[in-house]
Every structure is written in C-alpha cells, then in structure tokens.
Design a protein around this ligand. Structure first.
Ligand SMILES: Cc1cc2nc3c(=O)[nH]c(=O)nc-3n(C[C@H](O)[C@H](O)[C@H](O)COP(=O)(O)OP(=O)(O)OC[C@H]3O[C@@H](n4cnc5c(N)ncnc54)[C@H](O)[C@@H]3O)c2cc1C
Ligand code: FES
Length: 508
C-alpha cells in the first residue's frame, strides 16, 4: 500500500511561539497586518528604528504562504536576467538583482545581530536546462547570456557544462542562501517582542478607517499613524485604493506544489536548483545531522484551473524518485505564488500613510524582506533606491539611463555592495557551519570558522608559539598547530601549549 504522505509542510514541525488575541483598544505608531515574512520583517525593522508597532495576524504567524514555501533565498528572479534586460534595460535589471541581494544580506544581518537559529547557510544556486530543452541552441545561448550579464553586474556567476546532480548545462550563481523559514521567523518574532513590539494572533483586520487612522479587529480599535498591509493577497484598504491600483485583475494567483523526503546524508551537494522548463521545477536541501531532506517543487498552474491536483503531486514524486532513487518521501504540500504583469513586485506606498507589498512570484523570501527594508525607509522618510522600480502605482518601468550605484552611493547597501560582492567575501561564504578554513586576506593567512549557528569567527592563522600556520581539526572543532602541537579554540583561546597567547584578532 502506498505510504500516505503528511500533507502539512515539512516546516510545520517546528514550533512557533503563540500570541494572544487582541481584546482591548490599542495605540501604536504603526499597525502591520499579516504575520508572514513580509509583515514580521517590516514590524521588526520598524521596531528597530524606534517605532511602536502592533502586528495583527488573522490565524497563526508564518503558517500561510511563508509556511508553505521552499525557502530558496536568492536574487535569481523567476523572470530570467536576459528577459529583465530586454524588458527594462541593463540598469533596471541590475537594480532588481541588487535589491534581491541586499535582502539576502539583510537576512544575514538580522540573524547575526539577533543570534537567530535560522539554519541559514550561503550556498550555490544552479539554474539549468531541463531534459526537454537541453539541446535547444537558443536555450544554451540564453543561459550563457544570463551568466555573462550577472558577471557584468558584479555577481559571482559562471556557465557550467554540467550542473551537479542533474548533469545538464546551466549557470552557477554563488552567494545564494537557504534558511528554515519558521525557525527564522520564530526568532525574529521573539526579537521583535524583545524590542517592545506586540503581536496579536487570531486577530483579523476587518475594517480600515482614516479619520482617525485606525483598524477594527475583534470588535476593538487599533489607532495608529501608518498602516502596512502585508497580507500577500492584498485586502482593500482606505479609500478603496487597492481596488484601483492593486486590484485582483492586476495580480495572477498560481498554485505551486512541493514534495519532500529523506536522502542519505551528503547524497547530493548543499545547493539550490531551478530548471528552465515552463513551469519550472525547483529543488533544495535541508541538512540534518544524520540525513538530508530534499525539497522538490513545481507543477505551477493558475489557481483553480486544474481539476486533478493530485496529478501534480504524482508528477513531482515520480520525477524526484527518478532523480534520487533512495529518497523516502515524507511530506507534500502546496501554496500560492502571486505574479504581476511585468514580473516585478509591488512594494511601497499605496495611499496616504498606507503601504503594501505583493506580487513576489517565487521570490517572496527576498522580496518579502526587501518590502520590510523599503517600507521602513518610506515611513522614516528615507530615500530608497528601488522605490520607483517597485512602485505599486507604476504604469510602466521607464527604460531611462539610471545609474543606481552612483545615484544611491550613500544608501547603506550601495556603501557596502563592493565588499559584499568581492571574491574574498565569496570564500568566507563558502565556509559551512562547523567548518574552518585558512583564507588569505590582504596577504595574511586567516583562520576562519563558522559556529553551529552560522556565526563567522576569524583569527590570525599564525601560531603564537613559533609562527607556524594552524590547521582546522574538524572532529574537535579546534585550530591545531602541526609544528609543536598547540591547540586553540575557534575564537583563538589557548587550549594547550606550548603556545601561551591566543591567536591574534583580525578585523572582521
Ligand atoms: C510552494 C511554494 C514555494 C515557494 N518557494 C519559494 C522559494 O523557494 N523562495 C522564495 O523566495 N519564495 C518562495 N515562495 C514564495 C514565498 O513563500 C511567498 O512569496 C512569501 O512567503 C509571501 O510572504 P508574505 O509574508 O507576503 O505572505 P504570507 O506568508 O501569506 O503572510 C500573509 C499573512 O497575512 C495574514 N492575513 C491575511 N489577511 C489578514 C487580515 N485581514 N488580518 C490579519 N492577517 C491577515 C495571513 O493569515 C498570513 O499569515 C514559494 C511559495 C510557495 C507557495
Ligand atoms: S609553532 Fe605552533 S606549537 Fe610551535
């Protein structure tokens, strides 16, 4: 008899703190509606900026689309890079990918600064041909073009004749990432509460008023100065604004399907994969101590337009079993992705003191995070490089020449973009959790290791006894000196001599 798979998402097994229902009138600077990645990130960033913030969630946080994601964390958009260049011009195409990359960097910052256990790691991503189009010369040209455009825009990318696992031609994009969405957001929710933020679950925003600005919830009133609608599928706000500019007719809802199962530890590399079929299929790994979980998705169709949705799961199951025969399937689930006519999300101001974010297609981890950055900037009155590009009221993105790097040189992301995309940063990102590597920095040897939470620790690799270069001991997670046996912790403290002083600190 066929095993009945769990129809809950694989992430559902991870506990999430619970929050009470709103049962009194409340006042705050900002009310955020929706407790997925968009709402929680926005709420946290606003609280970090010193605002009082209330977050309302109709059901439980991180359980709708963010709870059904596959959590590839990437700047590689569903719309191919060469298509973005054709549609919007080079500068805008680069800006779209810069925005995604800025979001990945922001996720890492939030994890490090708040010590979140998000199972985040930097990994390579492979966009590759499918069996159906692998011999199509146009497809190969398009892949090569994507690789060279990405390099031209300063990203780590190369065309490969055979992507790992699938053996098909594709592009390797460095510095992509993966995380556990519920673990990440559970930590972010706690960090938000730690900054005085208030979350109310089972609290549906049912009515919006602008005189005074307020939301009705469970028969109570939230009074605020600004409202952020982070419900993915937008609800109607003040002035009926959404029905004019963000109406359902401008958004296309697709259902995407996922299956997941166990494979032996290390059976495939730790990376992200997408093929170029239409609809495309996506795959990634979630590592565990003794085994890996492979997450495989695709079969997207317009919501409500396929009668036998079971077939979508069966197709995915058959494909993933062919690719990875030892897989033991355990879970299957589906959820919605929302697309816009031009392939770019709608993020920003939709009415006086009202903001919204939607249309992320398959990039909700990055665009949801970016929404938090952009809306926090808008509320603070700070100029944001991507505000016009993703403006919900845009009619068309103009192809004018716009140098994002020069125009926004003083914006925090553009101040550090060169460092974030520099090759020696790639080598730091290649260090996995629990791993140490000797790397070169400004001509000096550095002992760099990552702890189990993903935090990078760097010390001089020069042993303080007589100057030999230490080596990583993976079993003990220590730096050991091959010359006379001194041993050091990852943070450089002496465990045993002859060395007497710690490994020297280096600038991180
Ligand atoms: C199968 C699948 C695979 C995906 N894979 C990826 C991927 O690999 N990488 C990636 O980047 N993206 C991926 N996505 C897309 C991504 O998951 C979504 O874009 C993202 O999670 C949307 O986040 P959100 O916070 O905007 O919405 P949601 O997570 O849906 O959160 C919105 C919240 O608003 C609440 N809400 C709605 N109305 C109200 C109301 N009136 N009052 C109070 N609360 C309300 C809802 O209950 C919900 O919790 C995938 C999506 C699916 C379905
Ligand atoms: S140089 Fe390292 S122990 Fe002597």
């Amino acid at each position: 008899m066929a095993l009945r798979l769990d129809t809950q998402p694989y992430w559902g097994e991870t506990a999430f703190p619970s929050y009470s229902k709103l049962d009194a009138n409340v006042r705050a600077d900002v009310a955020v509606v929706g407790g997925g990645i968009t709402g929680l990130t926005t709420a946290f960033l606003l609280a970090e900026a010193g605002r009082t913030v209330v977050l309302l969630e109709r059901g439980r946080c991180a359980s709708i689309d963010t709870g059904h994601t596959s959590a590839h964390v990437t700047m590689v958009t569903d719309a191919r890079l060469n298509e973005l260049v054709d549609r919007f011009g080079r500068a805008h195409a680069q800006a779209v990918w810069d925005a995604g990359f800025a979001a990945i960097a922001e996720i890492e910052r939030l994890i490090i600064e708040n010590d979140l256990d998000a199972q985040f790691d930097w990994v390579d991503g492979f966009l590759h041909a499918s069996l159906g189009n692998k011999d199509d010369a146009d497809e190969l040209d398009a892949l090569k073009q994507d690789a060279s455009l990405a390099r031209e825009f300063g990203f780590d990318a190369e065309f490969v004749e055979a992507a790992p696992l699938v053996g098909l031609p594709g592009v390797r994009f460095g510095s992509q990432a993966r995380l556990h969405p519920r673990a990440y957001l559970a930590g972010l929710a706690r960090a938000f509460a730690g900054r005085g933020g208030r979350i109310f679950e089972h609290s549906e925003a049912s009515e919006f008023c602008d005189d005074p600005m307020s939301i009705k919830v469970n028969g109570h009133t939230i009074s605020c100065a600004d409202i952020v609608i982070a419900t993915h599928n937008p609800v109607v706000g003040l002035d009926n604004f959404f029905s004019a500019t963000m109406s359902q007719t401008r958004l296309a809802l697709y259902t995407s399907y996922v299956v997941a199962g166990r494979v032996p530890k290390g059976a495939i590399g730790d990376a992200l994969w997408w093929d170029t079929a239409d609809p495309y299929r996506y795959l990634r790994v979630e590592p565990h101590r003794d085994f890996d979980v492979v997450i495989y998705g695709g079969e997207d169709h317009k919501t409500g337009q396929v009668e036998h949705t079971d077939t979508c799961y069966r197709n995915l199951e058959a494909r993933v079993k062919k690719l990875l025969p030892p897989i033991e399937l355990t879970h299957r689930w589906s959820g919605q992705v929302i697309e816009t006519p031009d392939g770019l999300p709608y993020i920003g101001r939709v009415a006086e003191r009202q903001y919204s974010a939607t249309g992320f297609a398959g990039n909700g981890m990055t665009f949801g995070t970016l929404s938090g950055i952009m809306i926090a900037d808008a509320i603070a009155g700070r100029k944001n490089p991507w505000a016009e590009l993703f403006d919900p009221g845009r009619v068309a993105v103009t192809r004018g020449l716009w140098d994002y790097v020069k125009e926004n040189a003083d914006y925090p992301f553009y101040l550090v973009r060169d460092r974030l995309t520099a090759p020696d940063t790639y080598s730091l990102r290649s260090i996995r959790r629990g791993e140490g590597k000797i790397i070169e920095r400004d001509g000096a040897k550095v002992a760099a290791s990552r702890d189990d939470r993903g935090k990078l620790v760097m010390r001089s690799a020069t042993c303080t006894h007589m100057g030999c270069i230490v080596k990583w001991n993976s079993a003990e997670q220590t730096w050991d000196c091959p010359c006379h046996g001194s041993r050091f912790t990852p943070g450089g403290r002496v465990i045993s001599g002859p060395a007497e002083s710690p490994l020297a600190e280096v600038e991180e």
